[in-house]
Design a protein around this ligand. Sequence first.
Ligand code: ADP
Length: 488
Amino acid sequence: MVAAEGMPFVKTGGLADVIGALPKALQALGVDVRVMMPKHRTVKEQYEDALETLATTTLQLGWRQKYLGVQTLRKDGVEYYFIDNEDYFMGPVYRGGDAENEQYLYFCKAVCEALALIDFTPDVLHLNDWHTGMVPMLLKTQYGGRQNGGRQDAAPTRNSYEARTLFTIHNIQFQGKMDFRTMKDMLSIPDYYYTPEYVEADGCANMMKAALVFSDRISTVSPNYAHEIMNAYFGLGMEGILSARRQDVSGILNGLDEVAFDPAHDPALAAPYDAGDLRGKLVCKRDLCRQFGLGGAGGGQSPHAPIVAMVSRLTAQKGFDLVRYALEELLTTEDVRFVLLGSGDRPYVDFFNYIAGKYPGRAGVYIGYDEALAHRVYAGADFFLMPSQFEPCGLAQMIAQRYGTLPIVRETGGLVDTVAPYNRFTGEGTGFGFATFNAGDMLAAVRLALSVYRDKPAMRKLRRNAMALDNSFARSAEQYLALFRAMR
Ligand code: ADP
């Protein structure tokens, strides 16, 4: 498994959580998983003494001679290989611009070289996001790897360069786009590859494009998003190659860390609870009201009114333009309380500060990032609003469900795969949904949720359904394993 970041070594986003959890879940299924990543500063600072050096050599990258060290460490039962080059990896994990492109062009080349320096022959190389995007192409064009449509029998892999490649898209917004010259200057690839059939997209060299052309299989982090990115609105230039290869594309949902997010054993909560006994959730709701100064329907601290909450990065992707449009109408026409925990873009911060000032007792706002507070919000709220514009997988709605808080989502990406909208005829569902990215439709979905809140048995049933969902990494790992097997 190859990636730019991974827990517990370095994390800037959700990719690191997947790279942290998936290897262990696969190992539990009997798979021998190794993880390869750059030796970032945090690795050097915290693990230098424990690292064992396997090899040191020099890489030729265009006119450059670059140092390459391969170091290894066993942690929590998983073997990690680190690509060591302090020039590239002692600074920020992502340097931005061409400096970042150069970091990860080096990384791709170094990964290919390192495969021959470690004592392990993988059957499958699982490559993640654009930072690893050139590996399949380099293997196939420079290291004698199998060509697409080549040897498909089940013969064992003879060397690492014959490994099958799976490329997983965690975020299609970032593709590793650069000037042709930048890539040519680093990798010795013949000119005819710089065409739309191979690495070109929109007149640029594009590392994700190269990965989508050359990897044996492609996956993304939810089945629905796998379909969506075959259209231009979501595909951001990659829809052509993705639809041409639709037979090779699959979607596998990310899992939740079910130990870290467990209302029955969560040290952040005022009281524990589970699906069988929800009394603790009411204690958590009171606690949340107190913390955010929310008055209940009957005044004081009474928690009769429903709480709609959000925990999110404050960006357009998460649907905050709809919230900005509709929140005041909601607060002034319904008996509802609103809680927001988030940080991000200025216009949204300003808006929520205005809301907090204008509707004290009805709306509570905390601008910032606070893990423990997030847990208390998930536990204390009744509904979790997530009206995303697009959402590759989404974790927050799964956390909310595990805490018995019903998500109200825009039906896009992974939100479609993880939230079953309430069906008023059968009473089934694990949340609420609306289809069109429109503030009126969002309001209607929230109002439907509030009407169900007043129907206690219906509400109890939905909470139980949500809490009974299996969003574990064990389930994701089984699907990855099935995919790896299909690639042999
Ligand atoms: P994304 O990765 O696109 O931000 P996800 O829903 O996949 O969205 O994951 C977001 C994660 O970050 C969730 O675990 C959520 O609880 C957490 N989070 C987001 N904003 C905050 C915040 N301000 N404070 C604490 N946790 C937050």
